[in-house]
Design a protein. Structure first.
Length: 344
């Protein structure tokens, strides 16, 4: 009887997930079109299509498509996928449903590095922030992992979470101290820290793409490990999984993805937290499905926030990071309550 019920449950999940992938990709395609067409001024679809196929530098609409909307759309695709997958990895590794890329101090480390770049080296160009932010986020995560390995049980989910909170608190205190004592640093830092797709050079995509690609490959290789760990570490060991090696691979993937995304768009919250919950609600709990669906839903959430930010207060704009926070919080609350009701 139990075997039959389990088989029926797997069949229902498989039937449901058949349409999740094509539907997610279709929604992403619609959102990409909206990102190219809608903004301070709307551009007809046929004009945008013509701009992509036969760019005319003398046509103002073509210039807007190529120089403004195409770069921010590509940035949204890359950063959204990276944040979505990084959040799913960290939630799976720590078995913590509220984990996100900020859990290991990645956002705080990146922010502290950007503050240092501005205050110590006079960097003011967003392109100059990229490697400072990436190295800062990676360093913070490395410190958390190294400190967690000192304990007798190694880097357990609890120690990683607690040490990540400690590193975040320390870095945040240092950031606050600098901002309170140097207004010129604050003026430069606030444009990056709010989290946005605008005013980011399109060339940054080429810089971050190799880093994100390696992170996505490591994430794909970690799906089976995360499924095993979800059953318990003892059972995962019995299934032939190396816990320490698997943790290190997941952390490396999360650092590459979250660090690259934070360097690209700033510390945007809620994408890495919300997207894995959406993916699990649609695709089930297997990370072989959650990770690729998160890679598609992440850009959907981030680009929708960016488009809404352009439309809400035209001709001005609201940064995507602000819109994600306002829209993402109630959506996450509804999703968690809905999942709870279903599970009961």
């Amino acid at each position: 009887m139990a075997t039959t019920l389990a088989r029926d449950a797997r069949s229902r999940v498989a039937a449901r997930t058949r349409w999740v992938w094509p539907l997610s990709v279709g929604v992403l395609a619609v959102v990409v079109c909206a990102s190219l067409l809608w903004g301070v001024r709307d551009i007809p679809f046929e004009v945008a299509w013509e701009a992509l196929l036969a760019h005319d530098p003398s046509n103002a609409d073509h210039v807007v498509i190529w120089n403004q909307r195409m770069p921010r759309t590509l940035i949204g695709l890359l950063a959204g996928a990276a944040l979505g997958v990084a959040g799913a990895l960290l939630q799976g590794l720590t078995r913590n449903p509220i984990a996100d890329p900020g859990l290991l101090g990645i956002n705080a480390g990146a922010s502290l590095a950007v503050i240092s770049a501005i205050a110590l080296f006079g960097v003011t160009d967003p392109a100059g922030f990229v490697w400072f932010a990436f190295v800062g986020g990676a360093t913070a995560a490395a410190l958390v992992y190294a400190a967690a390995t000192i304990g007798p049980e190694g880097p357990t989910p609890v120690t990683l979470t607690l040490l990540g909170a400690a590193v975040t608190a320390t870095a945040t205190s240092a950031i606050t101290l600098v901002l309170l004592t140097d207004q010129s640093v604050f003026a430069e830092y606030r444009f990056w820290s709010v989290g946005a797709l605008v005013n980011r050079p399109g060339e940054l995509v080429l810089l971050i793409l190799p880093v994100a690609t390696v992170g996505l490959v490591l994430a794909a290789a970690s799906a089976r490990f995360l499924d095993a760990v979800a059953l318990g570490e003892d059972l995962a060991k019995g299934l032939g999984q190396s816990i320490n090696r698997g943790r290190l691979r997941v952390l490396a993937a999360a650092v590459l993805l979250a660090g690259g995304a934070t360097a690209l768009v700033g510390p945007i919250a809620f994408v890495g937290l919300l997207v894995p919950h959406l993916a699990r609600a649609l695709a089930g709990t297997s990370y072989g499905r959650v990770l690729p669906v998160s890679a598609v839903l992440g850009p959907v959430v981030l680009l929708v926030a960016d488009v809404l930010g352009r439309l809400l207060v035209r001709p001005a704009e609201v940064e995507a990071g602000v819109v994600v926070a306002f829209v993402g919080a109630p959506v996450l609350i509804w999703l968690v309550r809905h999942q709870k009701q279903v599970s009961m």
